[in-house]
Design a protein around this ligand. Structure first.
Ligand SMILES: [Zn+2]
Length: 475
C-alpha cells in the first residue's frame, strides 16, 4: 500500500513538473517571497475603511463603496473593470435600547439582528424565559413560551478554524421564528462571539420565506417572526446572574429596524485577462458590503484587499496567465448573499468557463492550511501549489474542502473550489461588531495571505488542464 502511494506521488510529481515550467515555478516562488513584505493589501484595506467605512447593503456607504471599488481597480491597473447590478430588499437599522426592569434594573446594550422587524416605539416588555441552547427552545412546551421574551444564552467556543461558530449560530438564525411559533412576544440572544467587550454582535436571522418550487420570496409576518436582538457576552452573563436569583425577570427592548423597499447595488469586478483562454476564469474575491456597526476591516475589506492585491502583484510581475483572473467584490453578502446569487444567475449558461473559485472572507489572520475540492485528475496541480506553500508554514488539508459563502452558489452550480484557511482564533472577538476596525489588521499577516493567494491564483490561472466540474452535485 505504501509503495503504491509513494508511486502515485512520484507520478504526480513527474506530471506536476510537466504542467508548469521550472521557470514559471521559480517566478511564482520569488513573487511569493516578495509579497511577504508588500503592503498593497494593507493599504487597500486602509483605503476602504478610511474613505468609505461602514457599508451596509443598501446604505449610502454601499453606494460609496461601489464607486471606491471601481476607482481602486482602475488605479491598480486591472485590464478590465465593470459592474453588475444586484437588486435586493433593503434593510435598515433604527433605534436600539434595552433594559432589565426587575428584579434589578440595568441598562443593556442591544443590537438588532439583520432582517429583524421593528418593535414599534413602545418597545416590547415581558418576562424572560431562559434557554441554554436553541435545542432547549425547540423542545420547550409552547405554554411556557407564550407571552414571554425568549433568551438563548449558550456561548461560542474559541477555535482556530472557527468551528465554534457553526455550533451556536443556529440560535441567531432561528430564535425569532421559533419563538413566534410558540407564541412568544420577543427574542434576545447572547451574541455569537468570543470576546468580553460590551459590544453586541449583529448578524443575519430568518425573516423571509422562499418558495422552493417558484423561488418566490415572501417576508414573514409578525405571527411568524418576532423582533430579535443580540446582547453582548458581559450583558448576557449579567442577565443569567439576575435569572439565577429565581424571581421573574422583566425585560424591555426597542428596535427600530425594518425592511425599506428595494435597492440596486453592484458587484464590482476587475480582471487580468488571460493570454490563451480569456473566456475561462479563476474567480476570487471578497464581499464589498459590511455590517454597519464597525468599518468592516476584517469583514470583509481585508478579503477584498487580499484578492485585489494578489491579482495586481501577478500582473505587475509581468505575468499574463493562460486564463483570466477575475476578482469579484460581491454585493450585500451579509443579509442576502445577493451579489453571489445574482452572479450565479447571470452566468448560469457559462458556468463551465469558471475553472475554479475561492473567497477570502475570514479576516486577515495568517493562512495555515489549504483545502481543495477538485477532480482527482487535477490533484498534481494542487500538489504543486502545496509544495510552494510549504515554506509559508501552510499545510494541505485534503480534497474535501469547504469554501466561502459567496462562492457557494457557484459551487452548487458545478464549479471546483479552493480554500485558503486563515487563523480565526481572534476573528470572532470582532466579527459583526463596532470593534471591526483597521487597527486589528496586522501588516505581516495580511501580507502572508497575499503571498499564499499568489501561489494558488498564479498556478490555477496558468494550469492548462481543468479542475473538474459538477463535483458536488452528487454529494
Ligand atoms: Zn464576511
Amino acid at each position: 500500500m505504501l509503495k503504491f502511494l509513494l508511486c502515485l506521488l512520484c507520478v504526480n510529481q513527474a506530471f506536476a513538473k510537466e504542467i508548469f515550467t521550472d521557470e514559471y515555478i521559480k517566478q511564482v516562488a520569488s513573487l511569493r517571497d516578495m509579497a511577504l513584505t508588500d503592503s498593497t493589501a494593507y493599504e487597500i484595506t486602509e483605503s476602504l475603511t478610511t474613505e468609505v467605512g461602514a457599508r451596509l447593503g443598501g446604505s449610502e456607504g454601499d453606494a460609496k463603496a461601489v464607486k471606491w471599488a471601481v476607482a481602486k481597480f482602475q488605479e491598480l491597473g486591472f485590464d478590465k473593470v465593470y459592474t453588475q447590478p444586484v437588486t435586493f430588499n433593503k434593510w435598515v437599522r433604527g433605534v436600539e435600547t434595552a433594559e432589565i426592569i426587575s428584579p434589578f434594573s440595568h441598562e443593556i446594550k442591544i443590537t438588532a439582528l439583520g432582517g429583524s422587524n421593528s418593535t414599534a416605539n413602545e418597545g416590547i416588555t415581558g418576562e424572560i424565559i431562559h434557554f441554554n441552547s436553541l435545542q432547549e427552545l425547540k423542545d420547550a412546551d409552547p405554554s411556557l413560551v407564550k407571552g414571554k421574551i425568549t433568551f438563548i444564552s449558550d456561548k461560542m467556543e474559541r477555535t482556530k478554524d472557527g468551528s465554534g461558530y457553526g455550533k451556536v449560530n443556529g440560535g441567531r438564525y432561528y430564535a425569532g421564528t421559533i419563538t413566534a411559533e410558540k407564541g412568544g412576544i420577543g427574542a434576545i440572544i447572547r451574541s455569537i462571539g468570543t470576546d468580553n467587550n460590551r459590544d453586541p454582535h449583529t448578524g443575519g436571522m430568518k425573516s423571509v420565506d422562499v418558495n422552493k418550487e417558484t423561488g418566490e420570496m415572501r417576508f414573514l409576518n409578525e405571527k411568524e417572526v418576532v423582533p430579535t436582538g443580540a446582547i453582548s457576552n458581559p450583558d448576557a452573563d449579567l442577565l443569567v446572574n439576575v435569572i439565577k436569583r429565581g424571581k421573574p425577570v422583566v425585560f424591555k427592548y426597542t428596535l427600530g429596524s425594518h425592511w425599506d423597499g428595494e435597492y440596486t447595488s453592484q458587484n464590482v469586478i476587475g480582471e487580468i485577462i488571460g493570454r490563451e483562454k480569456p473566456d475561462e476564469v479563476v474567480v476570487i474575491g471578497g464581499h464589498l458590503d459590511s455590517w454597519d456597526l464597525g468599518t468592516g476591516a476584517i469583514d470583509d475589506a481585508s478579503g477584498c484587499a487580499i484578492t485585489m492585491a494578489t491579482a495586481k502583484l501577478i500582473k505587475d510581475a509581468g505575468i499574463q496567465p493562460y486564463r483570466t483572473i477575475r476578482v469579484v467584490l460581491w454585493a450585500n453578502e451579509e443579509y442576502g448573499l445577493s451579489g453571489a446569487r445574482e452572479y450565479a444567475k447571470v452566468h448560469k449558461n457559462n458556468m463551465d468557463h469558471h475553472i475554479i473559485g475561492a473567497e477570502s472572507d475570514f479576516g486577515a489572520g495568517s493562512i495555515y492550511a489549504i483545502e481543495s475540492n477538485v477532480a482527482e485528475y487535477s490533484l498534481p496541480a494542487v500538489a504543486k501549489m502545496a509544495e510552494l506553500l510549504k515554506p509559508l508554514g501552510i499545510g494541505y488539508g485534503g480534497n474535501n474542502g469547504s469554501s466561502g459563502a459567496d462562492i457557494s452558489p457557484l459551487k452548487a452550480a458545478g464549479m471546483a473550489t479552493f480554500k485558503l484557511a486563515q487563523d480565526g482564533t481572534k476573528y470572532f472577538d470582532l466579527h459583526h461588531t463596532a470593534d471591526d476596525t483597521m487597527d486589528k489588521i496586522v501588516p505581516e499577516e495580511i501580507a502572508q495571505n497575499v503571498a499564499a493567494w499568489i501561489v494558488f491564483v498564479a498556478l490555477a490561472a496558468e494550469y492548462q488542464g481543468d479542475f473538474g466540474f459538477n463535483l458536488n452535485t452528487n454529494k
